[in-house]
Design a binder for this molecule. Sequence first.
Ligand SMILES: *[C@@H]1O[C@H](CO)[C@@H](O)[C@H](O)[C@H]1NC(C)=O
Length: 255
Amino acid sequence: MASSLWSPLSLLATLLLMQTLAQAQTSSDSFIHSRAAYYPNSDEKGTDSGACGFGSFGATINGGDVSAASDLYRNGVGCGACYQVRCTNAAFCSDKGVNVVITDQGSSDRTDFILSRRAFGRMAQTTDAAASLLNLGVVDIEYRRVSCSYPSKNITFKIDENSNYPHYLAFVIWYQQGNKDITAVQLCEAQNLGCKLLDRSYGAVWTTTSPPSGPLSIRMLFSDGDDESWVVPTNSVPGDWKAGETYDSGVQVNV
Ligand SMILES: *[C@@H]1O[C@H](CO)[C@@H](O)[C@H](O)[C@H]1NC(C)=O
């Protein structure tokens, strides 16, 4: 493929990366004003068919506190990002609001977020206030990017059900911790160390035709615009990977 780029492994890059990850960032960004709605006709949680391609994970991750994003979807780069969203009506809304994970794309009436029903209600101070909020349907909010946190979870690769071993590999990345975006993914041969950049097919789904045989190492570029670093897994995806299966990378980024 024309866009493929094979390059040798650099141990130095790995070491630099570890250093960068040790400098965890906390979010001190100020809030941005916007509006939020919630999924109509949905159950409490998100949707299994979210645009990010996370499947049922995208409905239930973070206890179901998930959201569709409008501009923040950013052609899929925004998938897996976390935001603190709080409504601004002092009579109903808590200071803390709710932290949501982006798992879908969508907009309603000038909204940046379409929250799961559960997440929408959790912006309220009380159960009664939640009922009032839900009655409003669309509310003024303010939001900011925050770190995602998945205690006791490593970054995990979920092989998409549409994969076709050994000809076509598609996967999504689960438990993307922190507040950086995954902007590129490299598929490397765990033994020969040749790598190629993958294509983002849509949402959070990365794909390649004719993946190399043998164990695979999936590297991820974490970026916040200012600095970026490759995260190198300690575990390989086995050479006999299976559609629908999940594989633990053995690594996690610090928050
Ligand atoms: C994460 O990976 C490490 C190895 O790098 C492993 O020891 C640990 O058990 C993993 N954690 C989970 C929750 O699977």
